[in-house]
Write a new protein. Structure first.
Length: 154
């Protein structure tokens, strides 16, 4: 496939402070062979700046899908989720909570803040890779995502 026939990549933002988990997500997305562009930020402040296209992210295109860890330094994943889902410009971007927490209160709080789904990170490497591959397949092959820009067109 030449560059002119290649589909536009789906932009995925991974908000994850653990470099090992971020690398596993990158590997899993590569294995799924769907055309995507992964951007990783390690904390909530950077994620919010990127999503609002503030310095130094003015030229970064907003993601079509967000993978969010809840356990972040500084601004928590819950705070990031709340910011996203209360912002008219960002609220339509699907947010998949991908976290090691299995706590009922974290699950409930995530859905109360309008997370699109909550997924527990498996500890087993092959299961982890499989879970991320399933996320990509579902959100990028089956679901119809909002059009570029995510502007309110009502």
């Amino acid at each position: 496939m030449n560059e002119h026939n290649r589909p536009k990549p789906i932009n995925i933002l991974l908000i994850e402070d653990n470099p090992g988990d971020a690398e596993l997500v990158r590997i899993a997305l590569e294995q799924a062979k769907l055309y995507n562009q992964l951007l990783v930020v390690g904390d909530g402040e950077k994620a919010i700046a990127l999503l609002r296209q503030q310095a130094p992210y003015e030229d970064i295109q907003r993601p079509e899908l967000i993978l969010l860890d809840l356990n972040l330094p500084g601004t928590s994943g819950f705070e990031v989720l709340s910011e996203i889902k209360s912002d008219k410009e960002l609220m339509r971007i699907p947010v998949v909570v991908l976290t090691s927490s299995k706590a009922d209160e974290d699950i409930l709080k995530s859905y109360n803040l309008h997370a699109n789904c909550f997924i527990n990170k498996p500890l087993d490497l092959s299961q982890f890779l499989n879970v991320v591959g399933c996320i990509e397949t579902f959100w990028l092959s089956i679901v119809i995502l909002p059009p570029d820009g995510h502007k309110d067109r009502q």
